[in-house]
Design a protein. Structure first.
Length: 300
């Protein structure tokens, strides 16, 4: 890579900061919309409509690529993409399932613990060495998780936190799997494959768990799909302009938005220990992201 290109890639421009902040806002809106409908409709249905309404913007995004879509699909790493899509679909569905039980900001923070789980999975799935710094960050982060889900705290049971940690685990598997997909698979095609596969799989689950949505609920779920795809597009644009490690601190502004939306919409407040736990999760995840320089972000 030429020196000028390397300098450009590592710089942190206002454009990249603006893109990542806008992306995190979109993901926070997705989380708030998802919680609104997940209180009334089953998680598989919410996930299905998120995928269905996200298909059109995902397809339009793919059509903007320099290579023909048919060519990209013909040479797609189907096996790798399928494994990644299944893991990410599990993460999305479990996240939506856990939202009714946990304040929004705490739910988002628990989902971000996926970055810490990657530290433990990487030596097993990618043959990477577990460093003392990585292990220390993971310990601090998981202590923060315990503060968030502590018995006698804001949680009335372990059900919600357990579901969300399952979501984080699936999200971590999807992150690791991204590193195993062929480099020729571009991000837009990856998003389209995941969205289409998610719509088909979750559509099949509607035979077992379905509640006819109202017109208002459909509008909310349509907005959910559009904002999720917009967030993915903005995040991709940000990572193209700057290193992931440099952008890592901005990733977690979605927790601030989640806390604000939770307070305004449902009157949710955070206890001091929960705030301390969230800060520990965020600090350890940032340390890992800066060290690894890996593009990790919300699932949406």
């Amino acid at each position: 890579m030429p020196a000028s290109a390397s300098t450009h890639a590592s710089s942190l421009s206002l454009g990249s900061i603006g893109s990542i902040l806008a992306s995190m806002f979109c993901f926070a809106v997705v989380d708030a919309l998802a919680k609104t409908v997940s209180l009334q409709y089953p998680a598989n249905e919410v996930t299905f409509f998120r995928m269905l309404f996200g298909l059109v913007p995902a397809f339009l995004l793919c059509c903007r690529g320099s290579r023909p879509l048919s060519d990209r699909l013909r040479n797609l790493d189907v096996k790798g993409q399928t494994a990644r899509a299944l893991a990410l679909l599990g993460a999305s569905a479990l996240f939506f399932a856990g939202l009714p039980y946990v304040p929004l900001s705490e739910a988002v923070a628990l989902a971000y613990s996926e970055t810490l789980i990657v530290i433990l999975l990487a030596p097993l799935m990618l043959d990477e060495r577990l460093t003392s710094r990585g292990a220390g960050a993971a310990i601090v982060g998981f202590l923060g998780v315990l503060l968030v889900v502590r018995p006698g705290g804001a949680q009335s049971s372990w059900l919600g936190p357990a579901i969300l940690m399952g979501s984080a685990f699936c999200g971590a598997v999807s992150i690791v799997q991204i590193k195993r997909i062929r480099a020729t698979d571009d991000s837009a095609t990856t998003v389209l494959f995941f969205t289409a596969m998610g719509a088909v799989i979750m559509g099949c689950t509607l035979f077992f768990n379905w509640r006819a949505p109202s017109g208002d609920a459909l509008l909310v779920m349509a907005a959910l799909g559009v904002f999720a795809t917009a967030g993915q597009v903005l995040m991709t644009a940000a990572f193209r302009r700057a290193d992931a490690g440099a952008l890592a601190p901005y990733n977690y502004t979605s927790i601030v938005w989640a806390a604000l939306f939770g307070y305004l919409l449902w009157g949710e407040t955070l206890e001091l220990l929960s705030v301390a736990g969230i800060l520990m999760i965020v600090a350890s995840a940032i340390a890992v992201a800066v060290r690894r320089k890996a593009p990790e972000g919300p699932l949406a």
